[in-house]
Design a protein. Structure first.
Length: 90
């Protein structure tokens, strides 16, 4: 566990398959959202619920996904790191 906490690379964006609202995705695909990407169009709330973690589409007021942890407490890393700006490196 300690070795895993030392590996800061996992705190960078490693998302391979984004979670999207299917209704938002349909609107973007149909061009109804204008010339925007799915990432720009999405308006998602993400948070813990009584059973796990829920993703909610604010645009459509619908559930996107609700992960049920089954009563388990999963490891989570809330640390935030930022790469220094290129001009800050001398
Ligand atoms: Zn939506």
């Amino acid at each position: 566990m300690e070795d895993e906490r030392q590996d800061l690379s996992r705190l960078f964006n490693r998302i391979e398959r984004p979670v999207v609202c299917s209704r938002c995705a349909d609107e973007v695909a149909a061009g109804q959202a204008g010339a925007v990407s799915m990432q720009e169009y999405a308006r998602l709330d993400v948070g813990f619920s009584p059973v796990g973690l829920q993703v909610w589409c604010r645009r459509h007021s619908v559930n996107v996904v609700h992960l049920d942890f089954g009563g388990h407490r999963l490891p989570a890393d809330f640390r935030c790191i930022e790469r220094p700006a290129p001009d800050a490196i001398s």
